[in-house]
Design a binder for this molecule. Structure first.
Ligand code: MN
Ligand code: MN
Length: 323
């Protein structure tokens, strides 16, 4: 795999990082009506929408702050040596325009955007948005059958409903995704789960469907390498989605999020888990729940884009799924 120089990011040697229009990782902006859209292989997409949030809102502002922070990302992965922007044509595809007053309409808009992305053979790397955005993305990605999923989060997001019958919130996306046949529950692993609980409804659903939950106690007892070896076993070599909620990370390192839970992984472990995904057949990935109003200095967003860079490298760490 090699990339077209048109898709190379602007280097900090050429133009200082504080200058220029801040696209994701300083890549070219290639919207779906751009003549080079069909040449994109990995598309970075913003979904500035948080109408699924049940408590402290703010992730609608995530993509803008993440784009700004992502100007810090350089060309080469420090540990693996990968140079992702030279391995595939990567571009910032822009934002999905949501309808903040209508959940159903917003989800349709998101799926319609990702339908275009999939039709062009582009693998999406998404910046949310709250965690409900993963559902309309999966509706576009899982057209050929249910996907596996590696899910980093302090919450399962497997609840049936909120507020007497609201089925679509950031606490329910993966319950819906299993019900809709978008995910194969036996190829789903959720890692980092912790915090006080409403009840065991989500755990009971996981058990009944065969979803593997690695609670934080087990994560720390076994360590990153052992848990992630199991994750690779569970998803196998079939198409797999990676969903990364920033609240997986301890709020000391990621305070800018709506539902923080203490006692989590540090920022280094947050990167390590992605490096253990090399070789997985990743058809798409997301970074969600970065909420700028709760961290206006942007440290959470910088961690978020550092994780996105790790995910990008993991998506390119084998040739499976490449054009
Ligand atoms: Mn979540
Ligand atoms: Mn969460």
């Amino acid at each position: 795999m090699t990339s077209d120089p048109f898709f190379h990011p602007v280097s900090g040697f050429e133009l200082p990082r504080f200058a220029g229009v801040p696209t994701f990782m300083r890549l070219p902006h290639v919207a779906p009506d751009h003549p080079r859209f069909d040449d994109v292989q990995i598309g970075l997409i913003g979904v500035p929408w948080d109408s699924g949030t049940t408590n402290r809102a703010g992730p609608r502002h995530g993509p803008r702050q993440l784009r700004d922070a992502s100007t810090m990302i350089r060309a080469q992965h420090q540990a693996s040596g990968l140079r992702p922007f030279e391995m595939a044509n990567c571009a910032d595809l822009g934002d999905v325009g949501p309808n903040p007053a209508d959940i159903a309409d917003s989800m349709q808009r998101i799926t319609a955007f990702y339908d275009q992305v999939c039709a062009a053979g582009i693998r999406p790397l998404t910046a949310g948005g709250d965690h409900l955005i993963s559902l309309p993305v999966l509706r576009a990605l899982a057209k050929d059958g249910p996907l596996g999923m590696v899910h980093f989060d302090s919450h399962t997001d497997l609840f049936h409903s909120y507020f007497n019958g609201q089925m679509y919130t950031h606490g329910t996306p993966f319950r819906r995704a299993v019900e809709e046949g978008l995910l194969d529950p036996k190829r789903v692993i959720q890692i980092g789960i912790r915090g006080s609980m409403y009840d065991a409804e989500d755990r009971d659903f996981a058990k009944a469907e065969g979803i593997r939950i690695v609670e934080i106690e087990e994560f720390f007892e076994r360590g990153v390498a052992d848990v992630m070896a199991e994750a690779r076993d569970i998803v196998g070599n079939q198409p797999t989605y990676v969903s990364y909620d920033i609240d997986f990370v301890d709020p000391t390192f990621a305070p800018g999020t709506g539902t923080p839970e203490v006692g989590g992984p540090n920022s280094y472990q947050a990167l390590q888990v992605c490096r253990e995904l090399y070789g997985v057949n990743i058809v798409g990935a997301d970074m969600v729940e970065v909420s700028p109003p709760f961290d206006q200095l942007g440290n959470t967003a910088f961690l978020g884009v550092s994780i996105m860079f790790e995910l990008l490298c993991a998506m390119l760490a084998d040739s499976i799924g490449a054009k």
